[in-house]
Design a protein around this ligand. Structure first.
Ligand SMILES: N[C@@H](CCC(=O)N[C@@H](CS)C(=O)NCC(=O)O)C(=O)O
Length: 202
């Protein structure tokens, strides 16, 4: 399979999951503003939504949406233990966290990448982010990982989008559980491997 990605973008979540689960895969970088892949293909034709991540499966189908790709990868390799079995209450708890990450963390932090955002809009946005990260800090209290002591795909997604706080220079010192989570995640060998493969660390 092949993951279409952009360095440090939300596509880093499935990228981490691919490595954590031990998949063999190819990577192709996408120039998002110009919608061109590294090999010169028109990215609109790969993913008509025009955004990363997109996972091309071995049968040629293309799967999109971070949460769905991550769940697909975890379900195809259940032995990796990255998601509880479908239909269980634990799985719905995981999906609850994935959706919170998508709608309340990914999209709220992601909005700050818009260069046309006015200072007033930015202030409102930072207010949302402050509340959502405050909630997340409480959710992470007393836990190693988002779902407790067990590492899961939710951690790969959270780490990826929380990493943008560095880019936006958001001070996270008032959220000690988030800071501890980020350190724990950054120490994982497969996360380091991913960051290197995307050219984000040496
Ligand atoms: N709902 C999508 C959102 C994906 C998304 O926001 N991708 C960003 C990078 S983090 C992107 O490629 N944006 C370019 C665009 O929307 O044109 C998902 O969950 O996969």
């Amino acid at each position: 399979m092949k993951l279409y990605y952009a360095p440090g973008a939300c596509s880093m979540a499935p990228h981490i999951v691919l490595r954590e689960a031990g998949y063999k895969f190819d990577l192709e970088k996408v120039d998002i503003p110009n919608k061109k892949t590294a090999s010169g293909d028109d990215f609109w034709k790969v993913n008509p939504k025009g955004y990363v991540p997109a996972l091309k499966l071995d049968d040629g189908q293309v799967l999109t949406e971070v949460q769905v790709i991550c769940q697909y990868l975890a379900d195809q390799k259940q032995d990796a233990g990255l998601a509880p079995k479908g239909g269980t209450m634990e799985r719905y708890r995981l999906m609850e966290m994935l959706n919170f990450t998508a709608a309340e963390v990914h999209k709220q932090l992601g909005a700050l990448f818009n260069p046309k955002m006015t200072p007033e809009a930015k202030e409102i946005q930072l207010g949302y982010i402050d509340r959502r990260l405050g909630t997340l800090d409480k959710l992470l209290a007393g836990k190693q990982y988002a779902m407790g002591d067990k590492y899961s795909i939710a951690d790969a997604y959270l780490f990826t989008v929380l990493n943008w706080t560095n880019f936006h220079k958001i001070d996270t010192s008032k959220w000690p559980n988030i800071q501890a989570f980020m350190k724990r995640m950054a120490a994982r060998p497969k996360v380091q491997e991913t960051l290197k493969a995307e050219g984000l660390v040496q």
